[in-house]
Design a protein around this ligand. Sequence first.
Ligand code: GLA
Length: 695
Amino acid sequence: MRKHAIALGGAGLLLGVSLIATQAQMAFAAELPDPPAFAAQSSPVFVGVSDIQEYKALPEYHQPAWMDKFVADGTLPPVAERLPKEPLVFKTGNMPDGVGVYGDVMRHVIGGRPEGWNYIGGQSQGWGGIDIGLSECLTRTGPLFEVKADELEPLPNLAKSWEWSEDGHQLTMHLIEGAKWSDGVPFNADDAMFYWNDNVNDPNVTPLNGATPETFGVGTTLEKVDDYTIKWTFKEVRPTQYLYAMAYGTFCPGPSHILKPQHPKYNTANTYDQYKNAFPPEFMNMPVMGAWVPVEYRPDDIVVMRRNPYYWKTDENGNQLPYLDELQYRLSTWADRDVQAVAGSGDFSNLEQAESYVEALKRSAEPTAPARLQFGARTIGYALRMNFSANGWGEPDARGQAVRELNRQLDFRKAVSMAIDRQRLGDSLVRGPFTAIYPGGLYAGTTFYDKASTVYYGYDVAAANALLDGLGLKDTDGNGVRNFPAGTAGGGDLEVTVLANTDYGTDTNLAEGVIAQLEPLGIRVIANFQTGTARDDMAESGKYDWSVERQGAEMVAVVQGTSALAPTGPRTHPFHRAGTDGTLDLLPFEQELVTDVNSFIATSDATERADLMKKYQHTFTENVYSVGLTQYPGALIVNKRFSNIPVGAPVFMFNWAEDNIIRERVYVAADKQGNFELHPNTLPGAPGSAGPISE
Ligand code: GLA
C-alpha cells in the first residue's frame, strides 16, 4: 500500500517538473481544433465475456451433410472424435441472427500477396485477415469492442482458462484439451513452447507482427507444466496487460510438427532463411488451428481456403464451425476491394482509403445496393515517423546518419510539424466531415485520449523556417535546398527519403502531400515508395529516414500493442530500435515514455492508468515523437446476404474487422446462398499435397 502511494507521488512530482522545464519548449503550441462532428452509424450491444462463449462438452455434434461420406469411407474420424474434450461453444443469445446453416463462401479481395505460410517464421500471408483466419492465438481481442467496460479482458481462445499465483508473478494457463491441427495432429503445449523458445526468443527469427520477448515484459519466462498447461513468470505483479499480447498477432503458435524439422536448431542443414521460406505459397494444405485451410493458390489471382474438419469451436446445438465452407482471397488491389464489395462481386471490405468514400457512400445508399456500409469511429490514423536510431540500426550511410541526428532534435521535428497544413492534407483525400487534424499520439475520441494533455504545433511556415535557421541548416549554395552544416555529410543538400507503401493510394498520396509541403522549408524529401512486402522489410530492418504510414492498434486501444507505445525493449518500437551493439540510444523524453508505459502495464488501477496516459500523451505530443497527419473513420462493408454480423463492429479497434465480426459464426441463410464455391464438397488434403480432396 505504502509503496503504491510513493510511486504515485513520484509520478505527480515528475509531471510538475516537466511542466516547468518545458514552458519554453511549448512556444509555438497552437490551439487544437476539435474534430468535426461525425456520428458513428451504430453502436455495439455490450455484453459480458460469458454471454459470448464458454467451453463445454455437448451431448451431440454435427457436421455439414456432404462431409458424411468422408467419415463413412474412413478418411475422417466421426465429428465427435475430431473435436476437443470441451469445444469452445458460441452462445446463441449473442449471435445477432442465431444459429446458422452450412454453406457458401466469403469472397475477400486483398492488395497484399502471400510470401508463404510460415507466420511464426515471419512470412506475410498477404493481410486482409487471411492470417487472422489461419492462426489462432492464446487469447482473442477482436470481439472486445462489444464487451462491457467492467469485464474488459481478452477472451479465452487456445488458452481456455488461467489463474494468477498468490503473489501475482505467475500465470498458469490451461490450453484447450484434445484439439487438433487441421491435419489431425494433436495441438498441445509443445506448439506454444516451440513458438516461444525457437521463434520469439531466437534473435534470428522475427515472427510476423514482430513479437519479441519484451512484448511480454523484460525478464518474462514461459515453461511447459504438462501437455495442456503452461506457466508464465513475470517480473511485475499481476500484469494482466500481457493477456492482450497473447492475442493476435503476437502469440499465435504454428504447427511445430511441421515447422520444427525446418528450424536450424533441429535441422543443422538449414539456414534461417530456408526456415522462413520453407513453406512457399505453393505449399498447399498447411496445417492450421484456424477455421479454413489454404487448398489452392494461383499467383496474382486467388487463394482458396476450405473448412478445417478439425476446427475446435461449435455453436450451442453442437454444429461444428465454421458455417461457411470456403473462404476466397482474390489477389488484386486494396482499392479494388472497396469497388468489388460495393458492387457485390466481392463480399467484404474495410473502407479505409478516404479517397473512395464519396463514391462508396453514394452507391451503398441505393436501395438495390448489394452491400451494407457502416461507418465507425475515427480509428484510421496516419503519421510521419522519423527514424530515431542513431546507433547503427539499418546501417545508414553518412547522409542517413546525419538525418537521424536531426530527427533526434526537437526543433527539427517541431519545424516539420509546423510546415504541415493538416487541414489541407485531409481535404486532399476527401472533403466533408471525415478527416480530422491529428497532432500525433493517441487518437481523439478513444478511451485514453485527453485533449488538455495534447500539445499541437500547427501550421506556421515562417516559424518553422526560423527553427531550421536556428539549427544552422542554411542554404549555402543557393539552390533552394538547405545544406547540412560543413563537416556533416559533406555539407550536402538536406535530402531526406520517405518510405511509403504503394499498395495503398492513401499512403502514397499522403507522402506526396508531405513532400510538397516541406518544399517551402528547404528540405528535399525524396519518395521511397515500395510495394507492401518490400516496405515492411525495410521498415523492420531500419532502412529508412522517414516513413509515412497507417498506425497500429496501440494508438487506438492502448491496451492492445502496449509495449509498442515506447521503446520498452530493444525491438518493440516501430521507429526506434537497438543498433548493432544491441542497445537503445533513448533520449530523456523517450525514457519518460518508457517509464510511463511500463507503469501502465504494471498497474490495473483505472485512475492511475488514465493519469499515466495523460502524461504519455503530453510527453509524446510536446516532443513531437511522431508528426501526426490525419485521422478519420473507417466503414465496414459486408454483402447483405451474410447473417450474424454484429452491430457496431468497428473496422479497427483491438483488431481488424475480420476478427471483430467472428467469421467462424457468420453464415448465409439457405435462401440467400450463392453458387460461389470453387471447390464444393471438398476438404483440405494432406500437408504439402496438391490440393483439396473430394473423398
Ligand atoms: C490490411 C488491410 C486492413 C485489414 C488488415 C487485416 O492491413 O488494409 O483493412 O484488412 O489487412 O490484416
